[in-house]
Design a protein around this ligand. Structure first.
Ligand code: CP
Length: 315
């Protein structure tokens, strides 16, 4: 495949190849020298029109660990403020010889436009588009679950919170279904999207009923910046009904893990004691994000050497 735009583009074989490649690459983190020459001479451009901490930094770390050159573009400080379009920004990157463009944009569909327009010849990776999709987040989430639980076939994953604005929820619902898991979205009725019936999921308004059956509980951030018509229910009511606190965590099965894609709003969707508990794999998700993004870049750019080889280790 040339681009990664949607979790729906991945067959089960594709997704499992990313996970197994990421597992090989993750072992690098334990080695004194962390760099591989697999993408030497290639250029990866991080094109971020919307803020990011984890995704931008982990794509940069992933590309550098594969010895690619990295160009970071942030909308703030760029000529976008002078009225430059996505097309002209893309043509500029193409002129600089990008092999892969990792794009985050507030407009749903922007990475698809970039990939299908003919403006760039490079691979396009969706790093989060509006409220639509975030496929590499879903891959790193699946990788984290797989490392803890083994096969995801029949595993029950509860995704809890602001589904309406969540590209993470949509990409996870699609990918987890492909990998055989059963997803339940738990959300207030006002924070479920129109058309949810077509998603491969169950839905519930009752968090306390879902938690004891879940193998994974994934909490979502309440995205107040995308709520232009106010916030309903109130923050206090939201936390009471849909927040994960110590009392609710005590109803989980022993093996159940707690996830959050970040950034978290401690005290809103998750309490600090839960976020910092032994069940929480939130920091591990970030570590896994680097290995998964290395795997994605490596597989898309078709590195000419095996991803991991002891002889290939270099400074
Ligand atoms: N999970 C995630 O996409 O985080 P950032 O917005 O910090 O990249």
């Amino acid at each position: 495949k040339r681009h990664l735009l949607s979790a729906a583009d991945l067959s089960r074989d594709d997704a499992e190849l990313v996970l197994t490649t990421a597992e090989e690459l993750r072992s690098l983190a334990d080695r004194p020298i962390k760099k591989l020459p697999a993408l030497r001479g290639r250029t990866v451009v991080n094109l971020f029109f919307e803020d990011s901490t984890r995704t931008r930094i982990s794509f940069e770390a992933a590309a550098k660990r594969l010895s690619a050159d990295v160009i970071n573009f942030a909308a703030k400080g760029s000529s976008l403020s002078k009225g430059e379009s996505l097309k002209d920004t893309a043509l500029t990157l193409e002129a600089m010889g990008a092999d892969a463009v990792v794009v985050r944009h507030s407009a749903s569909g922007a990475p698809h436009r970039l990939a299908n327009s003919g403006w760039v010849r490079s691979s396009v990776v969706n790093a989060g588009d509006g409220t639509h999709e975030h496929p590499t987040q879903a891959l790193l989430d699946a990788f984290t679950m797989w490392r803890h639980l083994g096969s995801l076939d029949g595993r029950r994953v509860a995704i809890v919170g602001d589904v309406l604005h969540s590209r993470v929820a949509r990409s996870n619902a699609l990918l987890l279904r492909t990998l055989g898991a059963e997803v339940t979205l738990v959300s207030p009725p006002t924070l479920l999207p129109v058309g949810i019936e077509s998603w491969p999921v169950e839905t519930s308004y009752d968090l306390d009923a879902v938690l004891p059956k879940a193998d994974v509980v994934m909490m979502l951030r309440v995205q107040r910046e995308r709520m232009h018509g106010g916030f309903f229910p109130t923050a206090r009511e939201y936390s009471r009904r849909y927040g994960l606190d110590g009392r609710r965590m005590a109803t989980l099965q022993d093996h159940t893990i707690v996830m959050h894609p970040g950034p978290m709003v401690r005290g809103m969707e998750i309490t600090a004691d839960v976020a910092d508990s032994d069940r929480s794999v939130i920091v591990e998700q970030v570590t896994n994000g680097v290995a998964v993004r290395m795997a994605v870049l490596y597989l898309l750019l078709g590195g000419s050497q095996p991803a991991v080889s002891t002889e290939g280790l270099s400074e």
